[in-house]
Design a protein around this ligand. Structure first.
Ligand code: ZN
Length: 443
């Protein structure tokens, strides 16, 4: 049994799939216009953790996470860097995927790009207009929040509350300050698409409703993202999908909503505007990918992470201690739901508890079925692309040893070749000879 905290009901409950043969989940992905910071990677890691856990217990799981490659921020940054938005988004998309790899975060099964779904978005807006959920005004199309009786049901905010707190000047064309953009006009020199409302581009909230439904169908099982997306982004997504389907029931979109906590620096939120962001490249100067991953997973996903150098140092020391212990075990990465670590993960992804179990296993190994515990630990904590979480030095060393071994074999010196294989095994590297080539993987 897997239980998960559902933001929509504000309760932890057993996860009951819509179809247990075909689990479908969607997480909001990044807007790729600048270098992402460690807090952004926490969201990607939590999505990966949930997807991996479900894949450990169900036969088929489709994990979708989008890439926002059209947005006002993207247009502004591309013009600053004098490049096309495509050049800009490709550059930062590649950087994002590379850094995600270093942290052992798997690529989603499907990763739709917003600009590939503009036709679907235009069709979607037409249905919203027809359903009387939206209105057009001078090239803008807006969603009318007063037409959706459950507006704010996810974050628990109601429209009146938002009115009184609104500090931003209401654009005069809006009927309600919470009405949000589905389509906006683009200037002739800005990226855009032809539409029934003129040359323009889609609003950010719209793309997730459209892509998740296009790719997965609705309702799907779990929708997730960072805490900061609850309002307005996710409430707006719910409003759109309900408006599209003429429903007031948010579960016509997704049954469960999962949100991860922030990453805080010295008791304040890390943010670009505060100028206190932390980048993966800087962390990698001192720590390995798997150590950063362990640091991120050492706090429960719903809690804020008190990010500090001390936390990273502790995580690195724990990672080394665990790897010294597990290195003598050749067991593969696999999820065992019945293991103690597996049970902790199945209880609302309790990674700190799983980590504590792993540490107590080192001091008292007899208490456990060690192989199952280590396999499950590897599955969750070591990530999928462990070779990439090795330092450049380690990778070079492995490749060097493999070259030496091949040479020894070519010269018929099998004793040396075997010695090198043993040395690699000691480093937790398993090798396989295939068609004159040697493949390797971390055990
Ligand atoms: Zn989204």
């Amino acid at each position: 049994m897997f239980s998960i905290f559902n933001t929509l009901t504000t309760k932890k409950a057993e996860f009951i799939p819509i179809n247990k043969e075909d689990i479908r989940i969607y997480f909001c992905g990044p807007t790729v216009y600048n270098e992402l910071h460690i807090g952004n990677y926490r969201a990607a890691l939590v999505a990966d953790l949930l997807s991996k856990t479900l894949k450990g217990i169900y036969p088929k799981v489709t994990f979708v996470s989008n890439i926002t490659d059209i947005d006002d921020k993207i247009i502004k940054e591309a013009s600053k860097q004098s490049c096309s938005i495509n050049e800009l988004t490709q550059k930062y998309y590649k950087k994002f995927m590379n850094d995600a790899d270093i942290l052992g975060i798997s690529k989603p099964d499907l990763q739709p790009f917003a600009t590939d779904y503009v036709d679907e978005m235009i069709d979607y807006i037409q249905t919203l207009l027809k359903n009387n959920s939206a209105y057009e005004i001078s090239g803008n199309v807006l969603f009318e929040v007063n037409k959706f009786s459950n507006y704010g049901c996810l974050s628990g905010r109601c429209i009146e509350e938002q009115d009184s707190g609104a500090r931003v000047k209401i654009e005069d064309y809006k009927k309600n300050p919470n009405d949000f953009t589905l389509w906006k006009p683009s200037l002739a020199n800005e990226p855009g698409w032809e539409s029934p409302w003129g040359y323009g581009r889609p609003g950010w909230h719209l793309e997730c409703s459209v892509m998740s439904e296009s790719v997965l169908g609705v309702p799907f099982d779990i929708h997730g993202g960072g805490n900061d997306l609850k309002f307005p982004h996710h409430d707006n997504e719910i409003a759109q999908t309900c408006g599209f389907h003429n429903s007031s029931d948010p579960t016509c979109f997704a049954k469960y909503w999962v949100h991860n906590g922030f990453l805080n620096l010295a008791n304040e939120k890390m943010s670009k505007s505060l100028g206190n962001v932390v980048y993966i490249d800087d962390l990698l100067k001192e720590f390995k990918g798997n150590e950063i991953r362990l640091a991120l997973l050492s706090t429960h996903y719903r809690q804020p992470i008190p990010w500090s150098l001390n936390l990273l140092k502790q995580a690195a020391s724990v990672a080394r201690k665990i790897s010294r212990f597990t290195s003598s075990h050749t067991t593969k990465s696999k999820f065992f739901p019945g293991s103690n670590i597996g049970k902790a993960i199945l209880d609302d992804l309790n990674t700190p508890k799983a980590l504590a179990i792993m540490q107590s296993l080192i001091t008292n190994p007899k208490k456990f079925d060690i192989n199952q515990e280590i396999s499950t630990f590897r599955y969750i904590f070591e990530g999928s692309k462990q070779d990439l979480s090795l330092s450049k030095e380690d990778q070079d060393k492995i490749n060097q040893l493999i070259k030496l071994r091949l040479k020894a074999r070519e010269n018929g010196d099998y004793q040396t070749a075997d010695k090198i294989r043993d040395e690699l095994n000691k480093m937790n590297v398993s090798i396989k000879d295939k068609n004159g080539k040697t493949e390797w993987e971390i055990l």
